[in-house]
Design a protein around this ligand. Structure first.
Ligand code: HEM
Length: 480
């Protein structure tokens, strides 16, 4: 399952990432009379200047000398620039760029050409590879997220189930399971750190930790260290308060993780998205992590105690299931944007796969709730309950694996929006060759089913309306 997911993630994650290029000065395909003093690139999401790269290549394929390191543009967090200390001679210049999103560490790259005194012919772009992505880094970060989810779910599940089902006690073998949980989370974190270091091409860990993504990984490390403290507390003082601390530490670590993911992307609903995503993760801890603890805790119980514990868990899990479904669907709506994106984007397809698996999970849960749990109440059905529950845990592990893939992909709505805005900038700029210039440009999607857009605005001089049809691929351009 994970392998299939990673195969799906590989090409998509590297082909369209978050900080995608929206516009540039000089513009793609444009011709400037004099050598520019700076090249400014504007992205769809804040790029990290310390990890992003820009290299200029001349028509002979040589790196243009005298180009500064990438700098932030004051007051424009979406832009990056390089300054040129030497003038470019007449001819075509290719701009190769690699951006690392300051929001979620995703990497993107591309190249375009502009001309000094000449108009670049189609296909004249000279490209160099500035990417360090590989299947290995994608696999590593996906596995890292998967292990992290599993470890944190066990933490949160321990607190809820031990407090609400086992009377505030850790079941026999619980100390070992907590050690396994914290190990899973730490191994996951190490995989994420290693993958990110490789992805951004940092030679050592130090420069990585100076970046936004690196600081998130550091914060997660601190949160996991607090979780270790909670495990020690539960060992030394097995009481209700230490179990509450355990659950709180796991939930805080989940929040730190959510604050570095898609939910925290700039939006007017940012706080709501973060809250919904966090509740989603906590709900998974209660339901899936809790089920693992239930199976551990009911071993060796009397029939009556077992039936009572399973009954209590079943009620808690039902509430958690509803919370997970409602929050998951809400997050899905936000990240996918429109039904068409479900089928057109890697993110949408991964989400559909996840929903399919969740349906199996819900069916197994319902089987337990409506058949196995009442049977346990009558003193029967122990074997079928155990089998069903193990199946539920296996499917939940598969759901977590698909989720690990999903959160490494560009959300469908961002991928389409980025495509649209970059098409818009090309459309606006390409009107230069038909002067007069366009002013007051407005955009609207061509249709929800097809990622194109209509650009309209007034030309100057005069007030003609310019309308460009589906320009996402530059194929059907019309002006009137
Ligand atoms: C109808 C059911 C569900 C839907 C529609 C759904 C949808 C989503 C969406 C859209 C995200 C955001 C992913 C991102 O872009 O970062 C997410 C996150 C997540 N989901 Fe679900 N989900 C559902 C059920 C579940 C279940 C049953 C599980 C676990 C067994 C699960 C585990 C997770 C986890 C761990 C995250 C956190 C991802 C991250 O922040 O790295 N989801 N879910």
């Amino acid at each position: 399952m994970l392998a299939v997911g990673v195969l799906l993630a590989g090409p998509v994650a590297t082909a369209v990432a978050h900080a995608s290029l929206v516009s540039s000065v000089p513009a793609e395909g444009s011709s400037v009379q004099q050598s520019p003093a700076t090249v400014v690139l504007t992205f769809g999401e804040n790029p990290d200047p310390r990890l992003s790269l820009v290299r200029l290549i001349d028509a002979a394929g040589r790196t243009v000398p005298g180009v500064s390191a990438v700098q932030a543009v004051p007051g424009k967090p979406l832009a990056l620039q390089v300054t040129l200390s030497r003038t470019l001679g007449q001819g075509v210049c290719s701009v190769n760029w690699r951006s690392v999103s300051a929001v979620d560490g995703h990497v993107d790259s591309g190249a375009f050409a502009f001309g000094v005194g000449v108009t670049p012919a189609p296909g004249s772009v000279r490209t160099v590879d500035l990417l360090y992505t590989s299947v290995q880094t994608t696999v590593l970060s996906t596995i890292g997220r998967w292990l992290l989810y599993a470890g944190l779910a066990l933490f949160v599940g321990a607190a809820f189930i031990c407090l609400l089902v086992f009377g505030g006690r850790l079941p026999a073998g619980g100390a070992l399971v907590l050690r396994v949980a914290i190990t899973l989370a730490f191994v996951g974190l190490c995989a994420l750190v290693w993958a990110e270091r490789a992805l951004v091409g940092a030679q050592s860990l130090l420069p990585l930790f100076e970046t936004t993504e690196g600081q998130y990984l550091l914060a997660l490390g601190v949160a996991l260290a607090v979780c270790v403290g909670a495990v020690v507390c539960v060992d030394l003082w097995p009481a209700r308060w230490s179990i509450v601390y355990l659950g709180a530490a796991g939930a805080v670590a989940m929040l730190v993780h959510v604050l570095a993911g898609h939910a925290d992307a700039p939006s007017s609903l940012r706080l709501v998205n973060v809250a919904v995503q966090w509740v989603h993760m906590v709900g998974i801890g209660v339901w899936v992590g809790g089920l693992a603890w239930l199976l551990l805790g009911i071993r060796g119980m009397t029939k009556a105690d077992r039936a009572a514990a399973v009954g209590a868990f079943s009620r808690i899990a039902t509430v958690a299931l509803v919370v997970v479904l409602v929050t998951g669907l809400t997050r899905g709506l936000v990240e996918v944007g429109s039904p068409a994106n479900l089928f057109d984007t890697g993110y949408g397809i991964a989400l559909l796969a996840k929903i399919g698996l969740v349906a199996v999970l819900v069916a197994l849960g319902a089987l337990n709730h409506f058949r196995a749990v009442p049977a346990l109440g009558r003193g029967a059905g122990v074997r079928s309950f155990a089998l069903n529950s193990r199946g539920e845990l296996a499917v939940a592990a598969a759901v977590l694996a698909v989720t690990a893939v999903l959160s490494g992909l560009v959300p469908a709505s961002s991928a389409v929006a980025s495509k649209v805005s970059s098409a818009a900038s090309r459309a606006t700029l390409s009107n230069r060759d038909q002067a007069p210039a366009v002013q007051g440009v407005s955009l609207r999607p061509a249709s929800t089913a097809k990622p194109g857009l209509v650009v309209s605005g007034a030309t100057s001089p005069g007030s003609t309306t310019l309308c460009l049809g589906d320009v996402s691929d530059g194929s059907s351009r019309e002006a009137r």
